[in-house]
Ligand binder design. Structure first.
Ligand SMILES: Cc1cc2nc3c(=O)[nH]c(=O)nc-3n(C[C@H](O)[C@H](O)[C@H](O)COP(=O)(O)OP(=O)(O)OC[C@H]3O[C@@H](n4cnc5c(N)ncnc54)[C@H](O)[C@@H]3O)c2cc1C
Length: 401
C-alpha cells in the first residue's frame, strides 16, 4: 500500500463503526429499539465522532436528541418517566452506542447513574418535583463522589454540609466529575456526620445554585468529547428538601448506584472492544503483504479469533449480571466481575487491533489509537480494577480488609 492510499483505507475501516453484532431480541419492540439506535449511530454519531474527539467539543445536542428518543433513562420504570426496559436491553443499547462513540455512551451511562439517588431514595414529593426533566434528559446530570484526596477510599470524603436554619451550607471540592461544568444537576455526596460511611449524606444541587462552580476541564489522555472537571462548592446554601434519603444514607445510595453504573461501564467497554475488533477485521481482510491479505496468515487470524472470543465472553458476563439484576437478585460481585473483565478486554483488544494495523494503527488516521486511549480510562472509572477485585474478594471471603 502506498502512502496516498491511506485515507481510502481509513475510510474503508471507518464504515463498520456501527456494530455488526447479531442481537437476539425477544420482541418486535426491542428489535425496533436496536434498529433505532443503529440508525442514530449511522446518521448522527458516526459523522461527528472524529471531529468532536479531535477538538474536544461536547456534543450536548446529541444527548438532547437521545433524550427525546427516550434513550437517556431506558432502565427506569415507565410509571416514573423511564423507558421500562430490563437491564439486559438497556445495557445492549449502551454497547451499541459505544461501538460508534464511547464518549456518548459514557454520557448516557453517567446520566443514568446521576438519576439513581432521586429515583431510589427520593421522597414522592421530591420525585414529582424534579424527576421528569432528569429522566427525559432535558437536564443533564452528574454524580459527585470522588474528591482530590479520596478516590478509591471514597468513604474518606471531606466535603462538609453544615446545618443552617431550614437547610445546609456545603463547602468542599469534588474531583473528576463527568459532565462537570456542563450538567444541570449534581448529586453530591457530602459529610453531615462523623468519620466513615455512616457520616455521609446525598444532596441534589442545581448547577445554577450560587457558590457551585466548575474548575477548567481536565486534560485527559482520551475521551476528549466527554467533559471531566472538578466541582467547587463554596458555601453553597440548599434547603433541607435537597437532602435525598436520610442523613447518613448517602454512602449506601452512592454504592448501590455504582453497582448499576459498573454494568454500564462494562457494556461501554464491550462496545469499544467490538469497534476495535471490527476495525481490525476490516483492515486485515484488505491489507496485503506477501501478495495476500494479512488475514490469511494464521498468526493474524488466530489473534482476531482470540479478540472475538474475549469480546463475546465479556458480553456474556455483563448480560449474566444484568439477568440477576432483572430478577431482583443481588449482583454487586457480578457487576464488579463484569466491569473488571470487560474493561481489561477492551484494553487488550484495542492493543491487539493496533498490532494488526501495524504502523498505520499507531497513527491518528485510523481510530484504533483513540480506542486504545479510551480503553485505559475504563479501567479506572467507577472504581479501578483493583477495587473491583477487592469487591469480588470480599464477596468470596467476607473479609472487609
Ligand atoms: C475520566 C474520568 C471520569 C471520572 N468521572 C467521575 C465521576 O463522574 N464522578 C466521580 O465521583 N468520580 C469520577 N471519576 C473518579 C474515579 O472514580 C477515580 O479516579 C477512581 O475511583 C480512582 O481514584 P483515584 O483517581 O483517586 O486513584 P487512587 O484511589 O489514588 O488510586 C491510585 C492507585 O492505587 C490503587 N489502589 C487504591 N487503593 C487500593 C487498594 N485498597 N488495593 C489495591 N489498590 C489500590 C488504585 O487501584 C490505583 O491504581 C472519574 C475518573 C476519570 C479518570
Amino acid at each position: 500500500m502506498t502512502v496516498s492510499s491511506l485515507p481510502e483505507m481509513a475510510d474503508a475501516i471507518t464504515d463498520p463503526r456501527v456494530s455488526t453484532v447479531d442481537r437476539a431480541a425477544d420482541s418486535d419492540e426491542i428489535r425496533a429499539l436496536f434498529d433505532l439506535v443503529r440508525e442514530l449511530n449511522r446518521d448522527l454519531l458516526v459523522p461527528r465522532v472524529d471531529q468532536a474527539e479531535a477538538t474536544g467539543s461536547f456534543p450536548r445536542d446529541i444527548l438532547h436528541t437521545l433524550g427525546a428518543a427516550g434513550l437517556m433513562s431506558l432502565a427506569y420504570p415507565v410509571e416514573i418517566g423511564g423507558g421500562g426496559q430490563p437491564a439486559s436491553v438497556s445495557l445492549q443499547v449502551l454497547e451499541e452506542l459505544a461501538t460508534s462513540w464511547l464518549s456518548i455512551a459514557v454520557s448516557v451511562s453517567v446520566h443514568s447513574l446521576a438519576c439513581f439517588p432521586l429515583v431510589h431514595a427520593g421522597s414522592l414529593q421530591q420525585r414529582q418535583r424534579w424527576l421528569d426533566q432528569m429522566l427525559s434528559g432535558e437536564r443533564l446530570g452528574a454524580y459527585c463522589l470522588s474528591e482530590p484526596d479520596s478516590g478509591s477510599d471514597a468513604a474518606a470524603l471531606t466535603t462538609r454540609a453544615t446545618p443552617t436554619n431550614g437547610g445546609y451550607r456545603i463547602s468542599g471540592r469534588k474531583a473528576w466529575i463527568t459532565h462537570g461544568g456542563e450538567a444541570e444537576f449534581y448529586h453530591v455526596m457530602t459529610r453531615t456526620g462523623g468519620d466513615g460511611p455512616a457520616g455521609i449524606s446525598c444532596f441534589l444541587i442545581d448547577a445554577e445554585t450560587p457558590g457551585l462552580s466548575a474548575a477548567p476541564r481536565e486534560r485527559k489522555m482520551g475521551a476528549w468529547a466527554s467533559p471531566t472537571a472538578a466541582i467547587i462548592l463554596d458555601n453553597v446554601t440548599v434547603t433541607s428538601d435537597r437532602l435525598i434519603g436520610d442523613e447518613g444514607q448517602g454512602f449506601a445510595i452512592a454504592m448501590a448506584g455504582l453497582d448499576a453504573g459498573r454494568l454500564g461501564i462494562a457494556a461501554c467497554a464491550v462496545g469499544l472492544a467490538q469497534a476495535a475488533l471490527q476495525a481490525a477485521v476490516a483492515y486485515a481482510t484488505q491489507r496485503q503483504q506477501f501478495s495476500q491479505p494479512i488475514a490469511d496468515f494464521q498468526g493474524v487470524s488466530f489473534l482476531l479469533a482470540d479478540m472475538a472470543t474475549a469480546v463475546e465472553a465479556a458480553r456474556s458476563l455483563y448480560l449474566a449480571a444484568a439477568d440477576r439484576a432483572d430478577r431482583g437478585l443481588p449482583y454487586s460481585a457480578q457487576a464488579a466481575m463484569a466491569k473488571l473483565l470487560a474493561t481489561d478486554t477492551a484494553m487488550k483488544v484495542a492493543t491487539d487491533a493496533i498490532q494488526i494495523l501495524g504502523g498505520y494503527g499507531y497513527t491518528r488516521d485510523f481510530p484504533v489509537e483513540r480506542f486504545f486511549r479510551e480503553a485505559k480510562m475504563l479501567q479506572i472509572v467507577e472504581g479501578t480494577n483493583q477495587i473491583q477485585r477487592m469487591v469480588i474478594g470480599r464477596h468470596l471471603t467476607g473479609v472487609r480488609r
